[in-house]
Design a protein around this ligand. Structure first.
Ligand code: ADP
Ligand code: MG
Length: 509
């Protein structure tokens, strides 16, 4: 049995951590000696490379390099086509990144690494969670579960600093945004409310700068950089660098060559903040909503925890301090906290599975760590409203319900002898089906039944917010079976097994 690690599989950077024999979580450096690995993959000829090498190649060979793939998880219509004509979906590309992290961890530890907890944005829906778990399997991991990134960060920080009370976690990374309100009591971490936007991150701040620079270049030279893949890849790299510079300096310059002539576009922090104000406002509304959900006032936050590379931007800190009256907690590394927290969860889950192996003896002074989350999205089923005779969403677990949790719905087989039971499972809190997502259809074949038997369908959401469905006989309360949820956004078991076998034979450098 190998070791269990925590993996922060980020949009832009990923990290791996493990709980050391001393009991404290530690980051495992990659083969380049870096503590975080760019989530970038390069396909070239017959080889595949991950990390800094791939990232450096993006300006020279943009068509061979794929990044920001986390934004595509659970999207069956997307795939990356290599110059050789091969197509890879988001699960596969994520699996390649995970495989590289696994290889690096094994090299550093000198032992096999078999088990992992992988982190996901709190606002990831079921399809995206499922896709993340599938990517872990394809990479060759036994996936112990997924954990929400802000929750993981709070666990790492809480254990390190011993903070207590209400913690507001603001996680703004490269591609996603989450805000989570937690209550920390001793070593118990309870999420109270969570909100977010899975398409908001540093990437969008870069885009604002790219648009501005491209407009300036157009005005000065008449050249449209947005038309040219290579120029765009270069501009994206330079805009991101300028953004980082603006975190510490009042002004940054983007130096480009247009038609072989140098062009310099200067941007002040003030201008950058103005260009990106609508993005910051979107995060603020989410903070306000999360606190409302938690029935807390802005000033009732005891600790402000900033996670994700984009929280280094001074405007983020200023906005949150003005809003809550708190200074951000320091001492937690914004790039590492998520992986560290995930490794604690990995240790907890792995030791639950095998009581004798790898035990971290809790000292009497340390109460056990317990972590409880909520669902970011409501979960329900499609049912006919008897008064209108219309199909409606019937929410069984509203958003911010504690998980693991369950809700149930009674069904009556409509025709005697009916043997197919089909239930549509939804995510979202609206009655109107237009505003919710159908996660999938859950079906099973019933044994032939003599009469119209009432059935009870129980939808449960696991501690890591993955949805399951079971059917019970309503009269006898006997479980009839599990409903296999057919998720149209996800890979089939067979596709996963085939991909796992293929990736095993690949050499990932
Ligand atoms: P993810 O978890 O989504 O991969 P990270 O937490 O690693 O994201 O954050 C990456 C983002 O943080 C990128 O958009 C990057 O540009 C941004 N970032 C990193 N350092 C800075 C900085 N000094 N100033 C502004 N943004 C930064
Ligand atoms: Mg992150």
């Amino acid at each position: 049995m190998g070791r269990a690690v925590g993996i922060d599989l980020g949009t832009t950077y990923s990290a791996v951590a493990i709980v050391a024999p001393s009991g404290s979580p530690e980051i495992i450096a990659n083969r380049e000696g870096e503590r975080i690995t760019p989530s970038v993959v390069m396909f070239q000829d017959d080889s595949v490379a991950v990390g800094s090498m791939a990232k450096q190649a993006v300006t020279d060979a943009p068509e061979d390099v794929v990044q920001f793939v986390k934004r595509r998880m659970g999207d069956r219509s997307w795939s990356f086509t290599t110059t050789g004509g091969d197509q890879y979906d988001a699960e596969w590309i994520s699996a390649v990144i995970l495989r590289r992290l696994k290889d690096d961890a094994e090299m550093a530890l000198g032992e096999p690494v078999t088990d992992a907890v992988i982190t996901v944005p709190a606002y990831f829906d079921d399809a995206r969670r499922r896709a993340t778990i599938d990517a872990g399997h394809i990479a060759g991991f036994n996936v112990l579960g997924v954990i929400n990134e802000p929750t993981a960060a709070a666990v790492a920080y809480g254990l390190e600093s011993g903070i207590q009370g209400t913690v507001l976690v603001y996680d703004l990374g490269g591609g996603t945004f989450d805000v989570t309100v937690m209550r920390v009591t001793g070593n118990d971490f309870q999420v109270v409310a969570t909100r977010g936007d899975r398409n908001l991150g540093g990437f969008n701040w870069d885009n604002a700068l790219i648009t501005y620079v491209a407009e300036q270049v157009m005005e000065r030279t008449g050249v449209d950089l947005l038309e040219d893949d290579q120029a765009m890849a270069e501009l994206r790299e330079k805009a991101e660098l300028a953004k980082r510079t603006l975190t510490t300096m009042p002004e940054a310059r983007v130096l480009l060559r247009v038609n072989r002539k140098p062009v310099t576009i200067a941007v002040t922090r003030q201008l950058f903040d103005a260009l990106t104000r609508p993005l910051l406002s979107r995060t603020r509304s989410n903070v306000e909503s999360a606190l409302e959900d938690a029935r807390l006032g802005l000033t009732e936050v005891d600790h402000l925890l900033l996670v994700g590379g984009s929280t280094r931007m001074p405007v983020v800190r200023e906005m949150l301090t003005t809003l809550t009256g708190r200074e951000p907690s320091i001492g937690v590394h914004p790039d590492e906290a998520v992986a560290l927290g995930a490794s604690v969860q990995a240790m907890l889950l792995a030791s639950r599975g095998r009581a004798t192996d790898n035990p971290i003896p809790p000292t009497p002074a340390d109460p056990p760590v317990t972590i409880h989350d909520v669902t970011a999205l409501g979960v329900g089923v499609v049912a006919i409203n008897p008064s209108t005779n219309k199909r409606e969403n019937h929410v069984l677990l509203p958003h911010n319900s504690k998980i693991p949790g369950r809700g149930e719905q009674n069904f009556r087989t409509t025709t005697p002898g009916q043997i197919e039971l089909l239930v549509e499972i939804t995510e979202g809190d609206d009655d109107d089906l237009e505003y919710v997502t159908v996660v999938g259809q859950a079906g099973m074949t019933l044994r032939p039944r003599p009469e119209l038997t009432p059935l009870r369908v129980v939808i449960s959401v696991s501690a890591d917010a993955v949805i399951y469905a079971e059917v019970f006989d309503q009269v006898s309360a006997h479980k009839i079976g599990d409903l296999a949820i057919e998720r149209k956004s996800n890979l089939s078991r067979r596709q996963i097994d085939a991909a796992t076998a293929t990736l095993q034979s690949w050499d990932v450098s």
